[in-house]
Write a protein that binds this ligand. Structure first.
Ligand code: SF4
Length: 553
């Protein structure tokens, strides 16, 4: 529980960072005020009882721009406003009367029945939109407030929800798409993900955090663990056996930081308690004064991992954690694309859409194709891909052909496989540039122009495209990271373009790409630029050299 609030000393010169545990309980900014005035989880009743009947104009602005997020709802961008004007408009001038809605899919785990329902909702209420995000969620667009209760009913009937899909709270927990079936995992984290959901999601004790809180749990390194607020990564302890290595304080956005190991080994059955301890440290000691310093990474950076672990152990867990070894990074990034053998001899088939762009009808057809192949389980990945589990070897070929007809390729080109893009200007109010269509165009161009290099490219070259500095598509950890901005065009006018970051990565190449000073490309030059960089890499690399190593030379 939160320690009793000791009032700040008289004459205290600084207002502090707004840390509750130090007595700073009075809200220091409008976001904190809004959360204190009314627990954001209470907005659900108003949506069901008032706004869904009264329509868009009946919505209280404090709910619309604040508390709606706790149920995965944001207004989407009004069409036709270019990125250059975003900075000069008030937020309400960018608001469309429609919503983006995010469905939380913890561990990316879906039955084919759940997948079908998600697809049908997209067809019925979202103009057939349904994107796969890089946090294993599904994101709809064009949602009307009038339809939200009916959508919740349909989702909840199959055990899904939008609760805490956005907002200053514990968001979706990433998990291995192949948990429990992969021969490569050290331990299956599924129980811990389900238990955290059951115990803590939607609990008002954890619904007012300083900012968002991103979690990841996997028995292998397939969940981008270094850039989560908390991560549990499978590791074998020499005495205690399989368990998890605990990381805290990772996150990208405008102040990127990699998570720090606390040096602690956590057995599966203790993961939910330790997760609760860390989220409580964040709730009580996290900085609430300035939004841009409110993520847990700033606290971890200031305290250091030793002090963080000490506070966690002494004030919250009331016991010491077991010291543990670091997990070894895999030789190549794990994305689960292609056909792979499961522990039980069946196969799983991972397939790539273009930068996560699918649709409600594609998801319905995907559910049918999976069932025809004898599968009842589909997974979404943190790389915007889908994986069909439990396929008999004899059904793999037909399934792959069915997936290909849906634009989901199980043997994709290197460019389709390794390109990601965020939502961008099509729907996102913060966006400065177009992203999804640009990713599609770039993939097509690279597939044509770089076909001669396919046999020489034995390592992936990842290309991530962001519509603004917020880094939803993780540009700092891509080989080629592209941050959307307004740049000067060849004719001297201002238009869409990108700041380039080169040589970032996770795992073996864990680190942020170099921001090449003054290195900006216009949108029109993008395809030529990426082609040039990849050709130079292939020409200059030594045998076995990865892109990040080459870029760091
Ligand atoms: Fe929107 Fe920016 Fe995130 Fe892209 S990176 S989805 S433009 S906030």
């Amino acid at each position: 529980m939160v320690p009793p609030a000791a009032p700040p000393k008289r004459g205290h010169a600084r207002r502090g960072e707004g840390q509750w545990a130090l007595g700073y309980r009075e809200p220091l900014n409008p976001n904190e005020r809004s959360k204190k005035d009314d627990n954001p989880l209470n907005v659900r009743a108003r949506i069901e009882n008032i706004y869904a009947h009264g329509g868009f104009d009946s919505i209280d602005p404090a709910d619309l721009r604040g508390r709606f997020r706790w149920y995965g709802l944001y207004t989407q961008r009004k069409p036709g406003i270019d990125g250059g004007r975003t900075a000069v408009l008030e937020p309400e001038e960018l608001d469309d009367r429609y919503f983006m809605m995010r469905v939380r899919i913890d561990g990316g785990a879906l039955t084919t029945e759940q997948l079908r329902v998600i697809g049908e909702i997209g067809e019925l209420y979202a103009r057939d939109t349904a994107d796969i995000t890089d946090r294993q969620n599904i994101q709809y667009h064009w949602i009307r407030i009038e339809d939200v209760p009916a959508i919740w009913q349909k989702l909840e009937a199959v055990g899904l929800s939008t609760t805490e899909a956005c907002g200053d709270c514990p968001r979706v927990v990433l998990g291995s798409p192949v948990a429990g079936i992969s021969a490569d995992e050290i331990i299956d984290g599924t129980w811990a993900i389900e238990e955290i959901n059951r115990r803590y999601i939607g609990d008002p004790k954890y619904s007012n955090l300083p900012r968002k809180f991103k979690s990841a749990i996997s028995g292998q390194q397939d969940i981008v663990h270094e850039i989560n607020d908390i991560a549990f990564v499978g590791v074998e302890h020499p005495e205690h056996g399989p368990g998890f290595d605990l990381w805290v304080g990772g996150g990208l956005s405008t102040n990127p930081m990699l998570g720090k190991r606390l040096g602690a080994w956590v057995p599966l059955e203790e993961v939910p308690d330790v997760w609760e301890g860390v989220v409580s440290v964040f709730r009580d000691y996290g900085y609430r004064r300035l939004r841009h310093r409110a993520r847990i990474k700033f606290l971890v950076a200031d305290w250091g991992p030793e002090r963080f672990r000490e506070v966690l152990e002494t004030e919250y867990l009331k016991r010491t954690l077991i010291d543990g070894p670091a997990p070894e990074a895999p030789a190549v990034p794990i994305d689960h694309v292609g056909v792979h053998k499961q522990k039980d001899g069946k196969r799983y088939v991972g397939a790539a859409p273009i930068a996560g762009r699918v649709s409600g009808s594609i998801l319905v057809e995907l559910a049918k194709a999976a069932e025809r192949a004898g599968s009842g389980r589909v997974r979404l990945t943190p790389h915007q891909k889908v994986v069909v589990l439990d396929v008999a070897e004899s059904d793999v070929e037909q399934l792959s052909a069915d997936l290909a007809k849906l634009g989901l390729q199980s043997n994709p080109s290197p460019w389709r496989r390794s390109t990601m893009a965020c939502t961008g200007i099509e729907f996102c109010k913060l966006a400065i540039v177009e992203t999804k269509q640009r990713a599609a165009d770039l993939i097509t161009a690279l597939e044509e122009r770089l076909a001669d290099l396919n046999s020489q490219l034995d390592v992936p070259v990842t290309v991530h495209i962001n519509g603004c500095p917020n880094s939803c598509a993780r540009i700092q950890t891509a080989d080629i990271g592209l941050k959307g901005m307004i740049v000067t065009q060849a004719d001297g006018t201002q238009g869409e373009g990108f700041q380039v970051h080169l040589g970032g990565g996770l795992g073996l190449d864990s680190g942020f790409g170099r921001k090449l000073r003054g290195h900006k490309v216009t949108a029109a030059e993008l395809n030529d630029y990426v082609e040039r960089v990849v050709r130079r890499f292939v020409e200059q690399r030594t045998e076995g050299e990865r892109f990040a190593q080459w870029a760091a030379r």
